[in-house]
Design a binder for this molecule. Structure first.
Ligand code: ADP
Ligand code: MG
Ligand code: ZN
Length: 491
């Protein structure tokens, strides 16, 4: 950022809660079905139909809140947010307004400055104030098809109308695009971790809007904010914010003024462009939804949900650094998702914490990432990774051979011992067998043997080489050394 300037950023996230049916009716939330096939009088907004709240949506909303360290209000109120848009058949969206599901939270995340290539430097904790998390229904979708010059039609698909969402709004607490980036990734993982949402930005079940303004450092008053939309990945969001900060600074420095507006990120052009001006603030004429009771959530129910949740990522990372003595960065890597964390713990149990960590991060993760697979889709099980670690540590194969074995295991799905055998790598450690080879080598090289015994100790390496050659490289070097020491001295 330019000297003397500071950015101010607040984020709004809409996360689709992973229910099977919609929030106020029994229609399926399945994605990709025939347009308008998952609809009924309620989500079509037909007169006389009444909404009924989906208990599972509330439960997942609570899981979402708890995963972010938020509390759940005992009473919250659904409200109508009125506006006209073709994908909103009722003419209002059922949302929450002055008494939301959850509010006034404080979330700690880890964030890092990045170098030019986007690589994190030093990680540090940061507190983000969460303004609110509320429940609401999604709208339908407008679909535009055909070219403007020929035949262009617009369609409305209401399959998405009534899908449950959690909207999570922060205070304007971010100062850089990377802080915003780290926050969204934190939220995504938390929601996925507890099964509240698939939180996949590319599929649109996690949508993010960034509010961006700039001010001169030292100034207290916020500048005019611009809302950024069409951010289809966390990285796009980061780039969009970065572009927007520079645009606003340049605009003000050249004597212009930022207008409050909504801008869309154009990833191909690498810039934001105006979608609509927001000069006159929307008046949504919020009022309490008369067709729904206030939502009452018993504290015991929330506690029941809390106790059914898995250990959260930060707690697990903390435990990994203590119990397994992992570095902060290794522990952070392994809690990237729950499946990977589980994988690591099982591999550690099947071998040891350090060995499992090294082989998982150094070798197996590379294969998994290259194949685009999650840890629970790994052709190499945690137990077999553990078996490989043991094979290397016990000297049955070398570390270098271990890497080849792992690649082969990943390809074939076969176990460690089996693969070591198939590749013909199993070392011969059996002393009796090696002794035979050593005797053979000594008998075949009487001159060198005499020279050695006469004091030419440098010939030791020659004998090791001969034995290794005779065993086709399979003899365990440690055993070879021991036996040679003994036999060369004999007589
Ligand atoms: P709106 O009514 O336009 O949606 P809100 O006050 O509800 O505005 O805030 C929406 C989001 O914008 C919140 O995340 C908030 O933190 C953020 N925000 C508010 N003012 C600013 C500002 N001046 N600069 C950046 N972000 C802001
Ligand atoms: Mg807004
Ligand atoms: Zn319906």
């Amino acid at each position: 950022m330019k000297n003397g300037w500071e950015a101010v950023i607040g984020l709004e996230i809409h996360a689709q809660l992973s229910t099977e049916s919609k929030i106020f009716c029994g229609c399926s939330t399945r994605f990709g079905d025939e347009p308008n096939s998952n609809t009924c009088p309620v989500c079509l907004g037909l007169p006389g139909s009444l909404p009924v709240l989906n208990r599972r949506a509330v439960e997942l909303g609570a899981r979402a809140a708890l995963s972010l360290g938020l509390h759940v209000n005992e009473v919250s109120i659904f409200a109508r947010k009125n506006y006209f848009y073709p994908d909103l058949p009722k003419g209002y969206q059922i949302s929450q307004y002055d008494r939301p599901f959850s509010e006034k939270g404080l979330l700690e995340i880890m964030t890092a400055e990045r170098d030019e290539g986007g690589h994190a430097r030093e990680w540090r904790p940061m507190q983000i104030r969460i303004t609110r998390l509320h429940l609401e229904e999604d709208a339908g979708k407008n679909v535009h098809e055909g070219l403007p010059e020929t035949e262009r039609y617009s369609y409305i698909d209401l399959n998405r109308a009534g899908t449950p969402l959690a909207e999570i709004v922060t205070e304007p607490d971010f100062r850089t695009s990377w802080e915003a980036y780290d926050y969204v990734n934190h939220v995504r993982r938390a929601l996925q971790w507890v099964g509240a949402s698939d939180a996949d930005m590319e599929k649109g079940n996690l949508r993010c809007e960034a509010n961006v303004s700039v001010r001169r450092i030292g100034e207290e008053k916020f500048g005019t904010k611009v809302e950024l939309k069409n951010l289809n990945s966390v990285r796009f969001m980061q780039r969009a914010i970065e572009f927007e900060i520079e645009r606003q600074i340049a605009l003000i420095e050249s004597g212009g003024k930022v207008t409050q507006e909504t801008r869309l990120w154009d990833e191909r052009a690498g810039q934001t462009r105006v979608m609509r001006s927001k000069e006159e603030a929307h008046d949504y004429r919020y009022f309490p939804e008369p067709d729904l009771q206030p939502l009452t959530v018993a504290a015991e129910w929330v506690e029941q949900i809390r106790s059914s949740m898995p250990e959260l990522p930060d707690a697990r990372r903390g435990r990994f650094t203590e119990q397994y003595e992992l570095s902060f960065s290794d522990a952070s890597l392994f809690v990237r998702d729950a499946a990977l964390a589980d994988f690591y713990e099982r591999a550690a149990a099947a071998s040891n914490p350090r060995g499992a960590a090294n082989w998982l991060k150094g070798e197996l993760l590379r294969e998994l990432d290259a194949a685009g697979r999650q840890a629970d889709e790994s052709p190499v099980s945690p137990e077999e990774l553990g078996a490989l670690v043991r094979a290397v540590e016990e000297g049955r194969i070398s570390g270098k051979q271990g890497k080849d074995v792992l690649v082969e295991m990943f390809k074939t799905g076969k176990g460690a011992s089996r693969t070591i055998e198939d590749l013909g790598l199993a070392q011969v450690s059996d002393a009796g067998e090696i002794e035979k080879i050593v005797s053979g080598v000594l008998a075949a090289n009487p001159q060198q043997l005499e020279a050695y015994r006469g004091g030419k100790e440098a010939l030791f390496g020659f004998f090791v080489g001969q034995v290794m050659k005779a065993s086709k490289g399979k003899a365990n070097p440690k055993v070879v050394n021991e036996l040679l020491q003994k036999k060369l001295k004999a007589e």
